[in-house]
Design a protein around this ligand. Structure first.
Ligand SMILES: Cc1cc2nc3c(=O)[nH]c(=O)nc-3n(C[C@H](O)[C@H](O)[C@H](O)COP(=O)(O)OP(=O)(O)OC[C@H]3O[C@@H](n4cnc5c(N)ncnc54)[C@H](O)[C@@H]3O)c2cc1C
Length: 508
């Protein structure tokens, strides 16, 4: 079905934005992020003509994980007509745990049947539930006491929350389940987008319908919002000599349980949250676990407190034909398996933009504020690219911005202004020596970024309790990776959160 804009918006007027703010540049080691909030002058629509000129668009959302769900809600609230394409048979994305893994344990074979989720069985959230939830639909423990009431619950509880969210806002009706998007490309005229999809398995469910058997179909939309997640396509560490090393390799994407590591000597690469969790999980059964990372400080290296079989090392120097793995400090171990907990690549196999958007060393660009390609804005947008952030609330801010830009409630800067902003941002990263692959790392600026987004749409900025609870939990996680989830609560912050939640009734 082809549906065009209902009415064209009136001419924008140029205003000096109240939201233009300049934040000091902050750099902290190689993980520093340059503050992305460096905005050109914004154009806002004339208030008097705004309501009359709101446009309802036919929008395709790719993916029904947390990002796609909140995008669907915000687009719908803004008056758009939404179709969500989801290749699986239920909502939740990453949070749908499966014991199944891919045939290629490293996950590098491009022809492999993809398993979407990277969750391991023992996974509990690494953020307290109060911080994690959407702004107006708090992630509360269930009133009837069912489920997992812990502040850092197991993954099943997050999935249940997302399912409740979808149900509460009638989102499943917008989802076409078991429909995998295989092509998203521009239509020659009118700025529209053709979306092609393939039916998987039964191909029915939700608002979709139709038979399965890999049948392909297509439709034309006014706009596309890409929400396909970025924890499925593994990044692998480059290890000199690995091709001749006789052991096995795998990526954490395919890690589920520790049992297969019984009595093995494991070298695990990485230092992020899942590397910390998985190394502890495996140490319960493995003979030895040796964790190698670029980012460990000398004082933390060696055998780990409370363990007899868990060591931290500097990065791997080389893997040898006799099965040994050597580290940069000269240490070595004879290992059975190398487990890469080395993160993921952005991957959009369905997207055809004639080179306008590309992925270069894990930089998706050019994107204005990590969301809009200047040349294709607002008809194409990317949701949820930033990392080292609290994802759900940020998805919500980005979604409101996208929905408002599509309806004409707000106007984006001109293509040239957006492009200049992106180029300034890239130059700042380069000047600070920050590699391209950290472009979307917002560790040091996520809340300023969220507040900037909130300013664009007149939404409430991030709550002070959420910022403080986030920084407290990060500090506790670094200090006690085994214990932080079950440490005592900061009662004052928790009660501030709950006072705030009381203002936003949730039916959970
Ligand atoms: C191991 C691990 C632990 C994590 N822990 C936390 C945590 O504690 N707290 C937290 O807040 N976040 C955590 N995260 C981050 C998590 O990824 C986000 O919370 C969030 O779930 C991401 O949502 P998303 O919608 O962007 O992506 P996803 O959840 O990945 O959803 C993407 C959806 O798109 C669908 N899709 C993909 N390609 C296509 C296609 N071609 N056609 C149709 N559909 C498609 C997928 O099937 C999927 O349903 C963790 C992530 C991982 C991997």
């Amino acid at each position: 079905m082809l549906v065009g804009p209902k009415r064209l918006p009136s001419r924008p007027k140029t205003l000096s934005s109240p939201f233009v703010r300049h934040f000091p540049f902050r750099a902290r080691g190689s993980f520093a992020s340059v503050n992305p909030i460096h905005s050109p002058r914004l154009r806002l629509w004339d208030d008097t003509s705004m309501a009359a000129s709101m446009i309802s668009r036919h929008v395709a959302v790719i993916g029904a994980g947390a990002a796609g769900l909140v995008a669907a809600r915000e687009l719908h609230r803004e008056g758009h007509r939404v179709v969500v394409f989801e290749r699986e048979s239920r909502v939740g994305g990453t949070w749908v745990y499966t014991p199944g893994t891919e045939a290629d344990p490293l996950g590098t074979d491009p022809g492999r049947a993809v398993v979407h989720s990277s969750l391991y069985k023992s996974l509990r959230t690494n953020l307290p539930r109060e911080v994690m939830g959407f702004g107006d639909y708090p992630f509360l423990a269930r009133a009837d006491g069912s489920g997992d009431p812990r502040r850092y619950p197991g993954h099943e509880e997050v999935l249940a929350y997302l399912e409740d969210f979808a149900r509460e806002f009638g989102l499943e009706e917008m989802v076409r389940f078991e429909k995998e998007t295989v092509g998203v490309g521009m239509v020659e005229e009118g700025g529209k987008w053709k979306v092609k999809w393939r039916m998987r398995n039964g191909g029915g469910g939700g608002g979709g319908g139709g038979g399965g058997n890999g049948r392909r179909e297509e439709d034309v939309f006014d706009a596309v919002v890409v929400c396909n997640g970025h924890y499925t396509e593994p990044r692998i560490a480059e290890i000199p000599g690995i091709d001749l090393w006789p052991g096995k390799q795998m990526h954490s994407h395919n890690y589920r349980t520790p049992e297969p590591f019984q009595d093995l000597v494991v070298v695990l690469i990485g230092s992020a949250a899942s590397a910390v969790d998985i190394s502890r999980d495996i140490a319960k059964v493995a003979k030895e676990v040796h964790v190698a990372s670029r980012s460990y400080e000398d004082k933390t290296l060696g055998i780990q407190p409370d363990y007899k079989n868990l060591w931290l090392h500097p990065m791997i120097e080389k893997a040898h034909e006799d099965g040994k793995v050597t580290f940069l400090d000269g240490g070595s171990v004879g290992a059975d398996i190398v487990l890469h907990c080395t993160g993921y690549k952005y991957h959009f196999p369905f997207l055809e933009t004639n080179g306008i958007v590309s992925v270069d060393d894990n930089r998706v660009g050019p994107l204005y504020k990590h969301v809009f390609p200047p040349l294709l804005a607002p008809r194409l947008s990317f949701l949820g690219l930033p990392w080292k952030v609290v994802p759900f609330p940020q998805f919500e801010y980005q979604s409101k911005w996208i929905a408002s830009a599509l309806s004409g409630r707000i106007a984006l800067p001109s293509e040239e202004e957006m492009m200049a902003d992106v180029e300034d941002f890239y130059s700042e990263l380069e000047a600070a020596g920050i590699p391209k692959r950290y472009t979307h790392n917002l560790a040091n600026s996520q809340f300023e970024y969220n507040d900037w987004l909130a300013g664009q749409t007149g939404s409430r900025p991030s709550e002070e309790w959420r910022k403080k609870m986030y920084s407290d939990s990060s500090r506790k996680r670094r200090a006690g990776p085994e214990t932080y989830r079950d440490e005592g609560e900061d009662e004052t912050l928790v009660s501030q959160a709950h006072e705030d939640f009381a203002k936003h009734p949730s039916h959970r």
